[in-house]
Design a binder for this molecule. Sequence first.
Ligand code: HEC
Ligand code: HEC
Ligand code: HEC
Ligand code: HEC
Ligand code: HEC
Ligand code: HEC
Ligand code: HEC
Ligand code: HEC
Length: 437
Amino acid sequence: MTRLHHLLALICLTLVANAALAETSAGSLATVKTLQVNRHLSEDGKACIDCHRDVSPGQVADWKESRHAHAGVSCIDCHAVPEDSPMAVRHANTSDTRVFVSPLVSPKTCGRCHADAKKQFDASGHFRAYRQIIPKDSLHALVQVHEGQAIPELQNAPDETGCMQCHGTEIKLDEHNRPTPQTWPNNGMGNIYPDGATGSCTACHSRHRFDIAEARKPNACASCHLGPDHPNIEIFNNSKHGHIYNTQGDDWNWDSAPDAWEPGDYRAPTCATCHMSGIGELSVTHNVSERLYWNLWAKRSDVRGSDDVMSPLLGDGPAGREKMKKVCSNCHTSTHTDGFFAQGDKAVRLYNEGYYEPATAMLTELREAGLLKDNPWTDDFQITYYYLWHHQGRRARQGAMMGAPDYAHWHGFFELQQDLYKLQQIHARRMESGLIE
Ligand code: HEC
Ligand code: HEC
Ligand code: HEC
Ligand code: HEC
Ligand code: HEC
Ligand code: HEC
Ligand code: HEC
Ligand code: HEC
């Protein structure tokens, strides 16, 4: 017996199987649960593992280390689909199994056992990550016409290797019910699955470990939240919290149960601590919009106040601010926290009033005078306007609100004033001459 066979035999024989939770999911510690335990994997369930440890040993090894393996949740529980499912593939290589499977596992499947996580996700800004792009013609033109140079068979490459990998897409199936290479693989946050579910639980909990420790680390967010237009990982690294995480994080305790991970396990917050984790009186939330006050990614930042998941103002700003302050209060006093938000809010208002408003007034004037080029991506005014709100403006706002002085200042307000002066010069030239240079 190889070591792997031995371990697998151990898992099959002795470990807990089918932990059926009476409550919807692991949530608040105050919720009393009844746990019913049946110690077995079905014959079909064992067959998957037996064969796949040769076919795809990496997947089996990851699964074996997961909480799912401990709880007896195995390949078949996530991959088996009803015969009439649009994604059903009869397992071709295994003549003796009657099981229909799919390589796709949507949040609907996870939600069978983790109903709260799915419900919260469905109410979050992450849910709309793909849906909100669908109606935006100017963005499709950017990708296909300008980046893709309108070459019919190649024009979607920038989407397939870029946008889609972070935002997701609508996953389409081929004639064998397998996902098409135009739409999969991807871990994009807002994928729409053929079974109608939306989202990507693997975006933060990579398969087949499905680990909470991984999702608690900033690296889990960094694959998408980076770069010139939303440099959240760079901002975190620039903050005092990031400094402490980067020097001591390896020694922290990352495995505590949900709602029991608290200061002491760590010295400084990560992305998850502030935006998602249970801490103090706050419970774990998969709704990353819940603790926000402003909308910082928008052209102009306004206070959130909408229940509509597609609204740019999704959330309840004042309630979100209270929750975020409760995070801080675990390690800082109210004088410190109130002072910090007074500084940050002032920067957001300066961006709105000092930059967004005057820049937009000039844009409107030029548009009305017919002094903008049709192709925005060859027009110095429109390009600079785009950088003003989408790149430097977001950096200034997000840098200020998350304690990153280099992003608030050098990558933020310093560049904003340069943009504004440039816009003023182009605007003056065009209005005086009546011509586009
Ligand atoms: C006798 C061996 C064997 C058994 C038993 C088996 N598989 Fe597979 N499975 C394979 C092989 C071989 C492939 C194809 C691998 C490839 O294409 O690289 C595969 C592919 C898959 C895929 C991807 C399918 C696709 O369309 O791309 C999934 C999902 C899967 N198996 C899940 C399961 C599940 C769940 C079970 C148990 C119900 C199971 N397998 C049982 C050998 C097996
Ligand atoms: C907790 C649910 C869960 C369990 C248990 C699980 N998987 Fe998966 N698996 C997923 C998810 C989620 C994906 C990503 C699918 C997607 O992109 O929609 C995936 C993807 C896959 C894929 C296709 C992608 C690839 O990288 O090849 C295969 C094959 C696969 N799993 C095999 C297995 C095998 C074998 C087991 C058992 C050892 C297993 N899975 C157990 C959830 C699960
Ligand atoms: C058949 C039920 C079932 C399904 C389906 C299922 N899970 Fe789980 N999951 C469990 C059980 C049971 C546990 C262990 C108890 C716990 O920690 O909540 C668990 C634990 C977890 C954990 C905590 C792991 C840790 O490190 O403590 C995560 C994260 C998770 N599941 C994610 C997922 C995702 C993502 C999917 C879908 C791809 C999924 N689960 C599908 C039953 C399931
Ligand atoms: C797979 C890519 C991806 C990963 C990983 C990811 N995000 Fe996001 N996130 C996005 C996208 C895309 C959006 C924009 C959603 C939209 O269209 O409004 C977003 C938006 C957000 C928002 C703003 C929501 C709103 O209402 O405006 C917050 C806060 C956020 N993410 C936090 C996190 C945190 C914290 C993590 C890690 C624990 C994380 N994200 C991991 C892609 C990702
Ligand atoms: C590296 C990952 C990544 C890539 C690639 C990416 N985005 Fe985003 N996008 C994000 C994140 C993260 C946010 C959220 C920013 C925030 O909340 O501050 C976002 C925000 C957005 C928003 C604003 C959110 C809303 O609800 O309106 C739009 C629109 C958008 N992206 C479109 C696109 C398009 C179109 C592409 C491809 C041309 C693209 N993105 C490429 C990660 C990405
Ligand atoms: C944006 C990143 C992100 C995404 C996407 C995400 N999770 Fe999580 N998840 C986390 C973090 C962070 C934690 C740990 C919270 C804490 O500190 O206890 C967590 C914890 C969990 C837990 C254990 C805690 C609990 O409340 O039961 C489960 C189960 C879970 N996630 C399931 C899911 C499912 C199902 C999905 C898809 C609907 C999903 N997650 C999507 C980041 C994410
Ligand atoms: C110390 C707590 C803290 C940490 C750590 C933290 N954030 Fe934030 N984050 C905030 C606050 C506060 C805001 C602004 C909330 C508001 O609107 O008042 C914010 C805003 C955001 C936004 C902007 C949402 C929008 O409206 O456009 C995103 C995206 C985001 N954070 C992602 C992350 C990511 C990713 C990480 C880790 C790399 C991270 N945050 C680390 C506290 C934190
Ligand atoms: C888990 C504990 C913890 C949490 C939660 C936390 N911080 Fe901190 N924070 C620290 C530690 C430790 C330092 C480093 C203090 C030092 O500079 O010596 C720090 C430093 C800071 C600094 C740098 C200025 C200074 O005092 O050194 C700011 C600003 C800050 N935190 C704001 C916040 C805000 C705002 C929140 C909530 C959104 C928050 N923190 C949440 C632990 C925490």
